[in-house]
Design a binder for this molecule. Structure first.
Ligand code: ZN
Ligand code: ZN
Length: 343
């Protein structure tokens, strides 16, 4: 095996994402080496560049959602064989704390994340704990599988795990980006009716294609339409994929008494909540962080059987990450950007 590989790194905070030559990682005991075939580019990758989160020693290889083949087994790994097709879960967890033991691995107190505190999948190879990989059905392409661990599993965790969305509910999804478009599909699959909002007609069209009622708040008053849709009651669940003071205020305003606001995004540092309203309405604001290991297993199953369609906006070769970033920043696409590998 080659000793060097190409990888997308943060070399310094506030710089650009760069393609650099890095050593091919070695799998430690209990780890597997993955030959990465595709990795999803997330807007969080751009936040990480800013230095808002400490990534440890730089350069750090980014990429928290990826898929590929197992290329090498570390000591003691018996559950996998070379060539197995897999997706990689983001969180590296201890397996022993109360959160891990109750299946809430995303809350592990010793959490490390692939593509954050550990080197990630925007590379030709990545070494990860064997416990982090989930086998892929043949029906799933690498590009489709690559976006399951974050863009899809995160929405699944939010709506199903945290929001308990189910039959007959009415769900409002604020924002139809890489996450929201999968949120629409998952909420529909769970038996809910969905209104999805965006200011972009192309995003609204695709939300409709996946079964949402679409609404452009720039041209139509959101509140009037929502009141009408829920006979004045307010929606059961709001998914806030925007994460600003304004979106939280708006979300709470559109919720029914006892409804749930799922806080998926966190653009503004703080949100304001009218305390009397919270008291009177008994609404819940629920943080939604990533996904559990089991969530990833389930979304792989759902995507493998065609019940969820991973929505890919564009594919770029790893080397063209700068073009991919430009495209991501332009907002000029629907669905996730995937970085692909040669061969
Ligand atoms: Zn992400
Ligand atoms: Zn733990």
């Amino acid at each position: 095996m080659e000793s060097k590989m190409r990888a997308v790194v943060v070399a310094r905070y506030g710089g650009r994402l760069e393609v650099m030559e890095r050593p091919v990682p070695r799998p430690g005991a209990g780890e597997v080496l993955i030959r990465v075939r595709a990795s999803g580019l997330c807007s969080t990758d751009l936040h990480l560049l800013s230095g808002r989160m400490n990534l440890g020693d730089l350069p750090r290889i980014l990429g928290h959602e990826s898929a590929g083949d197992i290329a090498e087994l570390g000591e003691g790994v018996t559950a996998w064989k070379i060539g197995d097709r897999v997706a990689v879960a983001v969180d590296v967890v201890c397996g022993a704390c109360r959160h891990c033991l109750t299946g809430q691995t995303q809350r592990c107190r010793s959490l490390q994340r692939i593509g954050f505190e550990r080197d990630g999948g925007h590379a030709e190879y990545v070494a990860v704990p064997a416990a982090n990989v989930v086998g892929l059905p043949d029906a799933l392409t690498y590009a489709a599988a690559a976006i399951l661990p974050d863009a899809v599993a995160c929405m699944y965790h939010s709506l199903i795990g945290q929001g308990r969305v189910g039959l007959g509910q009415k769900v409002l999804i604020l924002g139809v980006g890489g996450l929201g478009i999968h949120g629409v599909q998952i909420a529909r699959l769970a038996g809910a009716e969905v209104i999805a909002t965006s200011r972009r007609p192309d995003r609204l069209r695709i939300a409709e294609r996946y079964g949402a009622i679409s609404l452009n708040p720039a041209t139509e008053p959101l509140e009037d339409r929502l009141r009408e849709w829920t006979q004045g009651e307010g929606v059961d669940v709001v998914v806030d994929n925007i994460g600003t003071r304004a979106s939280v205020r708006e979300g709470l305003n559109l919720l029914r008494p006892g409804g749930k606001l799922l806080a998926v995004a966190y653009l503004d540092d703080t949100f304001e909540v009218p305390s009397l309203l919270l008291f009177r309405m008994e609404q819940e604001i629920i943080g939604c962080r990533g996904s559990t290991r089991q969530d990833l297993v389930e979304v792989v199953r759902l995507a493998g059987s065609g019940r969820i369609t991973p929505v890919i906006g564009a594919c770029y070769p790893l080397e063209r990450v700068e073009d991919a970033v430009e495209r991501l920043e332009s907002g000029d696409l629907v669905g996730r950007i995937v970085l692909t590998r040669e061969g």
